[in-house]
Ligand binder design. Structure first.
Ligand code: PLP
Length: 489
């Protein structure tokens, strides 16, 4: 074995990182073996020689050899430790290959987002509840109790449809709070609405069929429909919600219709009863499924929310999607879908082949959180907080931007959408706000479906902003707009 080679590799590794001697020695040897600089069959120096030459403890040398042996690089023989890893053959194999030219599927082309992940704690990031106000201690106690109750058998693959405890709790909750008609067996636990959307698109439609989307639309729905090969059809939204035309029903008969009737995302309108009834009737006639995304209806700001479309009539062709991302916290990754009784059996059987469900402790904890009343109490607090924060934001925007900004009317939620009265591109203002003021302004034009339409508006999330932060963010927003306006002149 060429000890000089190892000594210089060891010295270089020692320089570059703060690691223990045994770790440095192991890594030096492993790297020499990996790139073929120590040939297979080489007899390595004894641990005693190694320790002397490198000035390390004998135990460090023993550790390095044992770890290399466990990983299959060397083997202990009667003649000492011998390398068995054929590094040069491995390297030749890597180099001989033709460079990979594989590409992603057509279905996901254009879905990528090359921007770095935004800092989600920046003012105005949409879609986040008030994470500071989440009752972590209460939740942790529920999770701890769940782990104590779990039996070893529940650490195996869980039922694809979710744990019955959570399904029962969800059914009871949405029957009362959202007027959803359902029995426990109709509730399927998922990893959140994104996962529900993908499952619906895969199980209820075939590639090439038409998938209708509100325009503008929640980008997650767009991604789910596109990536499952549906042909997207943008449907305009007005003050009464989604407004499909007769011509669209005739020329692009849908298989799936995605809608956010209780609080259109991102514009905020509530679908009228008239439109709801017409949508259900037409969907039934065309053999289409309505995918009702009820993502934030818990936070209605005035009066009771309209009941879900799902509950409008018995056996409506509706899959109702709910999420705990807004009512609890997004990292929980728990949501649910409620499907019509005629789908229950087939869906359950199909799901068994498609998903392996896990996180039993979180499911049990969520069930307890709902059953114990902690969930309702948390929602009550958050509802009051979000009403307050919205009012504070509207007043601050009014003070600092005045007639330069018009806020769309909306029934509640955790964000508002607002448009600038000056002719600028929202993406340009958003970029400036991010660079100059560390504000996250989500441009409305990023929600368009296939029409390249430009808006000059933004979705402004406010649920996580305390009063002082709202005031400061509104002021900075106004300053960015003013600087932009001066440059444009
Ligand atoms: C319209 C809409 N639906 C659903 C979700 C939540 O999805 P998930 O449950 O995958 O977190 C969001 C989150 O921002 C949303 O804006």
């Amino acid at each position: 074995m060429d000890l000089a080679l190892l000594i210089s590799a060891f010295a270089a590794q020692k320089e570059s990182a703060k690691r223990s001697q045994q770790e440095v020695l192991y890594r030096s040897l492993r790297d020499l073996l990996l790139d073929g600089r120590i040939a297979p069959g080489t007899r390595l120096a004894s641990t005693r020689v190694l320790a002397n030459e490198l000035g390390v403890a004998r135990n460090s040398a023993v550790y390095a050899y044992e770890r290399l042996a466990e990983e299959g690089f060397v083997a202990a023989t009667r003649n000492g430790t011998v390398t068995v890893w054929n590094g040069s053959a491995h390297r030749d194999m890597q180099q001989a290959g033709v460079p990979l030219t594989h590409r992603l599927s057509d279905r996901v082309q254009g879905l990528g987002n090359p921007q770095p992940e935004p800092d989600r704690m920046l003012p105005f990031v949409p879609g986040l509840p008030s994470l500071d106000e989440f009752p972590i201690a209460q939740w942790r106690r529920c999770v701890e109790r769940a782990w104590r109750r779990l039996k070893p058998g529940q650490l195996a693959y869980g039922p694809a449809e979710g744990l019955s405890e959570l399904r029962r709790a969800v059914a009871a909750y949405i029957k009362v709070s959202r007027g959803v008609r359902c029995e426990t067996e109709q509730v399927f636990v998922t990893d959140g609405t994104q996962s529900s959307l993908e499952l619906c698109a895969r199980m209820l439609a075939d590639p090439g069929e038409y998938g209708w989307l509100e325009n503008p639309c929640y980008n997650g729905a767009k991604a789910a429909f596109r990536s499952t090969g549906l042909q997207l059809v943008p449907i305009e939204v007005d003050r009464e919600g989604m407004a499909p035309t007769e011509d669209q029903w005739r020329r692009f008969p849908p298989k799936l219709i995605y809608t956010t009737p209780s609080h259109q995302y991102p514009l905020g309108s509530v679908m009228s009863m008239r439109r709801r009834a017409a949508l259900v009737e037409q969907a039934r006639a065309h053999g289409a499924w309505i995918i009702e995304d009820d993502y934030d209806s818990e936070f209605r700001h005035g009066g009771e929310p309209l009941p879900a479309i799902q509950g409008c009539s018995a056996d409506a062709p509706v899959c109702y999607l709910g999420t705990f991302s807004k009512t609890m916290f997004p990292a929980l990754r728990l949501g649910f879908m409620v499907v019509p009784p005629m789908l229950v059996g087939r869906l359950r059987d199909t799901l068994r082949g498609l998903v392996h469900r896990g996180h039993p402790a979180d499911q049990l904890a969520m069930a307890e959180f709902i059953d114990s009343g902690l969930f309702a109490r948390h929602l009550r607090r958050m509802r009051a907080l979000y009403i307050h924060r919205r009012g504070t934001l509207e007043r601050a925007l009014g003070r600092h931007l005045g007639s330069a900004l018009s806020i769309r009317e909306s029934s509640g939620g955790m964000h508002l959408s607002a448009e600038l009265a000056i002719p600028v591109l929202d993406q340009e203002v958003a970029r400036r706000a991010a660079d100059e003021a560390r504000l996250f302004l989500q441009p409305l034009s990023q929600y368009g479906v296939m029409d390249g339409r430009t808006y000059n508006g933004f979705v402004l999330g406010y649920a996580g902003l305390a009063d002082a932060a709202i005031e400061q963010a509104a002021l900075e927003f106004a300053e960015v707009v003013e600087r932009h306006r001066r440059l444009e002149r």
